[in-house]
Design a binder for this molecule. Structure first.
Ligand SMILES: Cc1ncc(COP(=O)(O)O)c(C=O)c1O
Length: 342
């Protein structure tokens, strides 16, 4: 039975808070154990764990949503399971099956049901699955043992006063990923590489930085920890295609919504940084905010403003409303996108 929580859902941000129970499973002697829920939110692991020294770890992020009828649902969790497997295989971590991943999500959400905000608050339950190399190890090499964990935290509506655009600057000095590196998987090293770049952009008054392709610095790749999309002046949904971008599940969903719900043409292709004037609207997309409208992008000291620095554009608004509606159960979802927590 969950704690009786007393949370002001309107005040929640995107921050850690301890919930009742979390899931832990251990890989040892060639196999994963069955996993269990535990109370303790601290891990005790070897000081020689590969995750601590050599970054042998990966993670995911997804949310549980409360619908109008009071039930709880997950949005495309098997896409996260698949991406986690890709990340695991890139850093030599034993893979986790769809069944095991989903079982962990469902157990944690059910055990912490009281932390799933009421419908209408915009708040959600954020789930953080992670896999780390543990056990005694010194040389660079894969760990002898692994831990698959999953915890959850209630998080607030990203935009408290409606969708509002923010500005970004391109990063000239720092890349988050290398060509043929780990940019397309969700490993901690990519985020360590982004901390200084983020701080640099924030110190200049920007929300975050836009990463350009690491080989030539001429094409848009990612917007902070989110994917980029733009709407051209002739209404085509465009998003960058590159082997060093993390394949966003939100982006994949927006592509489907643009095509099937809004009847737009979609292109996944190079987006040269000198083609900003082709776009009437642009945005960043990811699980945390769904869509962050981009007001303007500063590149080489010059700010290019899209639709507006203060108002969200009409196409971005429709994309957002449709996806948000699907996630909270108000808009009919395509087959297989929603998993009910029963
Ligand atoms: C680097 C990066 N790009 C894009 C995304 C957006 O992915 P998703 O839509 O699956 O949350 C994330 C967040 O997970 C991210 O960390």
């Amino acid at each position: 039975m969950s704690t009786n929580v007393n949370i002001d859902w309107s005040k929640l941000g995107f921050a850690y808070s301890k919930t009742d129970l979390r899931y832990i499973s251990i890989w040892k002697n060639g196999k994963w154990d069955d996993g269990k829920l535990v109370k303790d939110n601290n891990l005790s692991i070897s000081e020689a764990s590969t995750s601590l020294h050599y970054g042998q770890q990966c993670f995911e992020g997804l949310k549980a949503y409360r619908t109008k009828d009071g039930s709880i649902q997950l949005f495309r969790p098997l896409e996260n399971a698949k991406r986690l497997r890709n990340s695991c295989s890139r850093v030599l971590i034993p893979e986790i099956s769809d069944e095991k991943f989903l079982d962990a999500c469902l157990q944690v959400v059910k055990a912490n049901e009281a932390f799933v905000a009421p419908y209408g608050t915009g708040a959600t339950l954020y789930l953080r699955p992670y896999v780390i190399g543990i056990g005694d190890n010194l040389g660079v090499g894969p760990a002898p043992e692994f831990l698959f964990g999953l915890f959850c935290c209630p998080v607030g509506a990203y935009f408290k006063s409606g969708l509002s655009p923010v500005n970004f600057m391109t990063s000239d000095e720092y890349d988050r990923a290398a060509p043929f590196g780990t940019g397309d998987v969700k490993v901690g090293g990519n985020y360590a590489a982004s901390l200084l770049a983020h701080e640099h952009a924030a110190s200049k008054g920007f929300a975050d930085c836009i990463y350009l392709d690491p080989a030539t610095h001429t094409k848009i790749e990612e917007v902070g920890a989110a994917n980029f999309f733009g709407i051209t002046k002739d209404n085509v949904f465009v998003t960058p295609k590159s082997p060093s971008i993390l394949p966003s599940i939100t982006k994949k969903s927006l592509i489907y919504i643009a095509k099937e719900y809004l009847k737009m043409d979609v292109q996944e292709r190079d987006v040269p940084i000198d083609s900003l004037s082709d776009f009437k609207e642009t945005g960043a997309c990811g699980t945390a905010a769904v869509i962050t409208p981009i007001g303007g992008i500063e590149h080489k000291g010059k700010l290019h403003v899209f639709h507006s620095e203060t108002e969200v554009g009409p196409v971005t608004r429709k994309l957002y409303d449709t996806l948000y509606g699907i996630q909270f159960g108000d808009v009919l979802a395509p087959e297989g996108w929603i998993v009910k927590v029963k």
